[in-house]
Design a protein around this ligand. Structure first.
Ligand code: ADP
Ligand code: ASP
Ligand code: MG
Length: 451
């Protein structure tokens, strides 16, 4: 990940600063980037409620910079309009349309803050500027010039930045991919050398699993960057994957918290002591008690494809996965078996359900013109990937086998298995997904004691 100059630079003095708004002189101030997700800015009323969290931080003497998502549902609506206009649209115009949702909420947030007596102004990504590459629809941030933001904050202003977007080397608006406002917030936090990046959402932290699926899920008071990265890549959409990668690379501590909490209530840490509510995503060294399993994740709509009797020559895997990569198809789990004769192999892998038809066609075409030699292709949609994640797995044997046993006890068949140092994933039939998540959550002792 390339985040040059500005994200590494912009070194801010850590000397004591005095606040522009009611800060007590001499008090060590924090610089905080706060991000509000779609449900936190879903209506003008919700924007007002979220703005009260900003006001509280400002009145405590902190410097604050805000990053907003579009109103919930808005980006889907904009994407729908683009597709309705033309299925074969220009990706640059797609970005021009779908980036507009955040412009509305940034302006509204600045208006509401100003009405509360806080000096504020909105910035579209290109006005900061947040520079990206030109991969429209999935652009990566390459540079942020934090000069203006830094100056504004020092002068007591609260800048409000549109999340999810930036500007390409060709001066076109780009978007960062769905859920991209988390990444915008972390990148801005790194660029202005913030002490913390607060991600306000509709849950009050990161849970041991999605609390919508398992009401007995527990909030984690802290989680390591590494575990969060695995959880995000394995289906916990509470944070976008790239935002966690970037936070880890730039050591930006993230606090996931709820915008639905009373902004005026005393700020208490999860253990009830004065502090910040929510889940802190931080370095593993900051976490005293390390769990063997910290969380269980679920990703649905996973399709499985098997190529049978593939001629087993060096370069065959490169040919298969190269053909898929050329079509922009992202492959996830991969399993290869050598047949008894040693001349052929079976290869099974997963792709998102939405890419299944394209993947089958690509491989059929590669078979027809003999770029890949295989006997048969088969597959099915509707799989679910269930994973258990925990840094403790590094030092504890037997997590994978106990996971398989817990699933077997429920009569759930495992179709594929992959492991890494801190996670074990299995592919199962989607209809057993929730049952499997609940069973594993209980099995690893993650259920809330009072539930
Ligand atoms: P926002 O619009 O604020 O960015 P998202 O919908 O992207 O919010 O992410 C918040 C949602 O993530 C929650 O409502 C919750 O259902 C879901 N979620 C999935 N896994 C987890 C988890 N392990 N902990 C907390 N929330 C989770
Ligand atoms: N509004 C964008 C989306 O819905 C970005 C975000 O919410 O993070 O994907
Ligand atoms: Mg989100």
């Amino acid at each position: 990940m390339l985040i040059p100059r500005a994200l590494c630079g912009m070194a801010r003095s850590n000397k004591k600063r005095t606040a522009g708004f009611g800060g007590s002189p001499g008090k060590r101030l924090a610089r905080i980037v706060v991000k509000f997700g779609g449900t936190s800015v879903a209506t003008v009323e919700r924007i007002r409620q979220s703005a009260r969290h900003v006001k509280r931080e400002v009145e405590a003497g902190n410097e604050v910079c805000v990053v907003v998502s579009a109103m919930s549902g808005k980006t889907n609506e904009l994407v729908g309009w683009v597709n309705e206009a033309s299925a074969f649209h220009d990706a640059r115009e797609y970005d021009a349309v779908v980036a507009s949702g955040e412009q509305v909420t940034a302006g509204l947030m600045a208006i509401v803050l100003s009405e509360m007596g806080i000096q504020s102004r909105s910035f579209a990504g290109w006005q900061v500027p947040i520079k990206t590459d030109d991969a429209h629809g999935a652009a990566r941030i390459v540079d942020i010039d934090g000069t203006e933001l830094d100056k504004r904050m020092k002068d007591g202003w609260v800048p409000v930045i549109t999340g999810f977007q930036g500007i390409s080397p060709h001066n076109r608006i780009t978007t960062l991919g769905r859920g991209g406002s988390d990444t915008s917030a972390v990148a801005v936090a790194a660029a202005v050398n913030a002490d913390r990046c607060d991600i306000y959402t509709d849950v009050d932290g990161v849970y041991t699993t999605d609390p919508r699926i398992v009401p007995k899920a527990q909030r984690l008071s802290k989680i390591s960057f590494e575990e969060m990265l695995e959880m995000a890549s394995l289906g916990a959409k509470v944070l976008m994957i790239r935002s966690v990668e970037m936070a880890m690379a730039h050591k930006v501590r993230l606090l996931v918290r709820s915008s639905f909490d009373d902004p005026d209530a005393p700020q208490l840490a999860p253990d009830g002591t004065p502090g910040v509510p929510g889940t802190l995503v931080c370095d593993e060294d900051e976490i005293m008690e390390k769990q063997i399993v910290s969380g269980v994740t679920l990703a649905k709509a996973e399709a499985k494809i098997t190529l049978r009797d593939v001629k087993d020559n060096p370069g065959v895997a490169a040919a298969i996965f190269g053909a898929l990569a050329d079509e922009g198809i992202i492959v996830d789990m991969i399993v290869q078996n050598i047949a008894d004769d040693g001349a052929t192999t079976d290869i099974t892998f997963t792709v998102p359900d939405s890419e299944y038809d394209k993947a089958i066609k690509t491989l059929q075409a590669a078979g027809t013109d003999k770029r890949i030699e295989y006997a048969r292709i088969s597959g099915s949609k509707g799989g679910a990937k269930i994973s258990v994640v925990g840094v403790g797995m590094r030092s504890h044997a037997g997590v994978a086998s106990s996971m398989f046993k817990a699933l077997a006890d429920k009569g759930i068949n495992i179709q594929l298995i992959t492991t890494s140092e801190i996670k074990t994933s299995v592919l199962i039939d989607e209809q057993y997904a929730e049952l499997a998540v609940r069973a594993l959550h209980t099995y690893y002792g993650l259920d809330r004691k009072d539930a």
